[in-house]
Design a protein around this ligand. Structure first.
Ligand SMILES: C[S@@+](CC[C@H](N)C(=O)[O-])C[C@H]1O[C@@H](n2cnc3c(N)ncnc32)[C@H](O)[C@@H]1O
Length: 295
């Protein structure tokens, strides 16, 4: 393979809880499993290593292109460029039985570290944040289009942002002079609005960016739909394994598992990465895994 081609297929993402998640999935050799967030393909590969077949989803076209190249010619893998909110429809069309479903939520390092995607305030880029570019609304549309009250609610609901009203007011004041179109424009407004009131050692933009990303991709509603469909389509005895990265997601997973009578919750306590894994990959530090089984 030429070097340029190889760089396209290589993912920067380090898979979180790789062995723990696939152990939990209890892969059935020769049977189909869903990787609802195939991303860099690390979990997908581990399911294949254990003899399972994979129906992989990712709503990000760049991820799908890399996955298709990585798994080209492998008849045990099918990759679908759709959101996992369409799990049921895709499985019904493929007419296959599902022996396990894995969700590894959020963003991959490929998305976070590619500056043109607008997910990170560490690089200056257009304020986009869409995982699926087919969706119409970008972060810039929300930042420049919502009312001050709508922005306050968004920041407090999705980011648990400190002083959300103050940040919303600062955004509205700044955009009245000039629209905020880049990650740098927004980060500057947030930093200035907090000034010396900010004493924590993470950037004040972290939660603001998280809130916008969740809203742009409608992540919480999509998660509820995807989880419910996963539990519907899973065969008897199939495991449903979910790795989440913030408390809003984890709460949804916990309640979704509890609410179903056809599901046994396997994890009484969440599973978290070891200190060794966190020291190798700091992005693993907020991961929480929950496991359930269809009965
Ligand atoms: C943390 S990464 C997954 C990494 C993967 N498990 C691996 O080992 O390489 C999350 C991926 O899920 C995708 N994603 C997030 N929400 C999604 C959704 N609703 N439907 C499909 N894919 C989604 C993102 O585009 C991203 O590529």
């Amino acid at each position: 393979m030429m070097l340029e081609e190889k760089q396209k297929t290589d993912s920067l993402h380090i898979t979180v809880l790789k062995n723990e998640a696939i152990d939990a999935l209890q892969v059935v050799p020769g049977k189909w499993h869903i990787d609802a967030t195939s991303g860099g393909g690390g979990h997908t590969q581990e399911i294949l290593n254990r003899g399972g077949k994979v129906l992989g989803f990712d709503q990000d076209a760049d991820a799908v292109e890399r996955l298709n190249q990585r798994f080209a010619g492998n008849s045990s893998v099918r990759i679908v460029n759709r959101s996992f909110e369409h799990l049921k429809e895709v499985v019904e069309l493929q007419d296959i039985e599902i022996s396990g479903v894995l969700f590894d939520l959020g963003l991959s390092s490929d998305q976070l570290d590619k500056s043109h995607r607008g997910f990170s305030f560490l690089e200056n880029s257009p304020l986009d944040m869409r995982m699926d570019k087919r969706n119409a609304v970008t972060a810039a549309d929300l930042v420049n289009g919502l009312t001050e009250r709508e922005l306050t609610i968004l920041l407090s609901t999705y980011g648990e942002v400190f002083m959300p009203k103050r940040i919303a007011q600062a955004i509205v004041k700044a955009r009245d002079i000039c629209p905020l179109l880049t990650t740098g424009d927004l980060a500057k407004v947030v930093e200035k609005a907090y000034g010396s009131r900010w004493s924590r050692n993470i950037s004040p933009s972290t939660q603001v960016f998280q809130a916008l990303r969740i809203a742009v991709n409608d992540e919480l509603e999509v998660l509820k739909t995807g989880l419910s469909q996963a539990m519907d389509i899973a065969s008897k005895g199939a495991r449903i394994v979910v790795i989440s990265f913030h408390s809003l997601e984890d709460r949804i997973v916990k309640h979704a598992f509890k609410a179903r009578e056809d599901i046994t919750v396997i994890t009484t306590k969440v599973i978290v990465p070891s200190d060794e894994e966190i020291s190798r990959n700091t992005r693993a530090r907020s991961a929480k895994m929950r496991i359930a089984e269809k009965i």
